[in-house]
Ligand binder design. Structure first.
Ligand SMILES: Nc1nc2c(c(=O)[nH]1)N[C@H]1C(S)=C(S)[C@@H](COP(=O)(O)O)O[C@H]1N2
Ligand SMILES: [Mo]
Length: 422
């Protein structure tokens, strides 16, 4: 055994795109020396005692050493936590699926604690037959499993006026991506029977805000889901348990949680959420309305302010997320010098429609300062713009739909800061 050479020693990592990455020569980073009593040649504590048995941790949680990987809020952003937002710790995650307990949350009136036995979903208005579904009714219907990103229109909105929040979690963490299980809304509408003039839907939540949004019929019949599961388990209360709307590629505000009512009408409902808030105020005083689609966007999650480089130069893995509300990500380019030179990043893992896509760029860092940027292109050919290009068209009054290129400054120490270059 011992003298057998290891067969097929993996000299190369092969990415989904077929790109080859040479195996790096790595030295220990030495960033955290730790406790020598637990390190070779000593026998560490955890090897000396029996551990917890099965089912002691009946619902598993991450290691206590990962306790810093949590949703966080920015308290000065809003007056109360009941009408606020917590951010996904995207700087500390990898792959493209968000763990349920870390999905950002946005509530207008706190988390509704819904009893699924008593919960009802009503469809009424311009239909032949108004219907009321129990959760059991819904869960008997044919269902599909699809991963989608869900992004608040205000994600990165603080950055319209310049670099503000120091962390990818705070600049870009109003996004999550989970595998939904649910039934196509089209099925429910077919069961109810649409009148010929049925053009719009009003979705209403069962939270104290009774949050409502209007959705055009074409989208509803296309790919909207009435979903009750995320990543296999039932929706978390924070994310709309027991049932929410999933509006693929469109702003998260429309993804009504704790969904209790679908009204069918012939025009949009002019609700204050839409008329005063979810519009984009332009420099000339006009407001863009019905800006539902989330345009292509990307961000480098590591290195980033909360995930600095902890080694002095050498082989470095840069990683990030890209997504587009118009389809699949076609490619991501990365710049190390503030947008002067660009190189292709390597997409890795599944490249799903309207879902987060993971990218990597491996490089040898010479220890000099870097200005990191990523730029996503989607399958429609749309290229993520610079923040200045966006401002030239939209001004700086809006807090919504800011999908400009993000810049991180890396200092020789490895520390990373949110900056802007022009
Ligand atoms: N019923 C209801 N649905 C809601 C909201 C709400 O406050 N109440 N907030 C909306 C907003 S503004 C966003 S960004 C998304 C956030 O979804 P999440 O909490 O699952 O991340 O839910 C949307 N759906
Ligand atoms: Mo939102």
């Amino acid at each position: 055994m011992t003298d057998t050479p290891i067969p097929n020693r993996r000299r190369f990592l092969i990415g989904a795109g077929g790109a080859l990455v040479a195996a790096p020569a790595l030295a220990n980073s030495g960033a955290s020396p730790g406790n020598p009593a637990n390190q070779p040649p000593k026998v560490p504590e955890w090897s000396q005692f029996l551990g917890d048995g099965v089912a002691v941790r009946a619902y598993g949680k991450p290691s206590e050493h990962e306790a810093h990987v949590i949703r966080r809020d920015v308290q000065w952003l809003t007056a109360s936590r009941e009408s606020s937002v917590s951010f996904t710790p995207i700087h500390a995650l990898d792959g493209s699926i968000t763990p349920n307990g870390l999905c950002f949350e946005r509530h207008h009136a706190g988390i509704a604690e819904v009893d699924p036995v008593d919960h009802r979903l009503m469809i009424h208005g311009l239909v032949d037959k108004p219907l009321i579904f129990t959760m059991e009714d819904l869960m008997r219907l044919p269902r599909v499993n699809v991963p989608y990103f869900c992004e608040c229109a205000a994600n990165s909105g603080m950055e319209w006026r310049g670099a503000q929040l120091n962390g990818a979690q705070f600049t870009h963490g109003m996004v999550h991506c989970v595998m939904y299980t649910g039934t196509p809304l089209r099925l429910l509408l077919e069961m109810a029977g649409l009148k010929p003039n049925a053009e719009w839907l009003l979705l209403e939540g069962a939270d104290a805000a009774a949050m409502t949004r209007s959705v055009p019929m074409q989208k509803a019949l296309d790919d909207v889901l009435i979903a009750w599961r995320m990543n296999g388990e039932m929706l978390r209360p924070e994310n709309g348990y027991p049932v929410r709307a999933v509006i693929p590629g469109w702003e998260a505000n429309m993804w009504v949680k704790w969904l209790r009512r679908i009204a069918v009408g012939d025009r949009p409902w002019y609700h204050r959420e839409e008329t005063s808030k979810y519009t984009d105020l332009m420099a000339d005083g006009n407001a863009r309305k019905f800006t539902f689609v989330m345009d292509a966007k990307s961000v480098i999650t590591s290195p980033s302010p909360q995930a600095p480089i902890n080694h002095a130069g050498g082989f470095t893995v840069l990683s990030g997320l890209a997504w587009s509300g118009r389809g699949r990500i076609a490619g991501v380019d990365v710049s190390l010098d503030g947008g002067r030179n660009w190189q292709h990043a390597r997409l890795d893992g599944p490249v799903w429609d309207k879902a987060l896509t993971r990218f990597y760029f491996e490089f040898d860092w010479d220890g000099r300062p870097l200005l990191l940027q990523s730029r996503a292109t989607d399958e429609t050919g749309y290229v993520q713009p610079t923040k200045d290009a966006l401002r030239a068209v939209r001004g700086e009054n809006s807090i919504y739909h800011q999908n400009g290129i993000q810049t991180w400054h890396v200092a020789p120490s490895g520390e990373v800061e949110n900056v802007e270059v022009s």
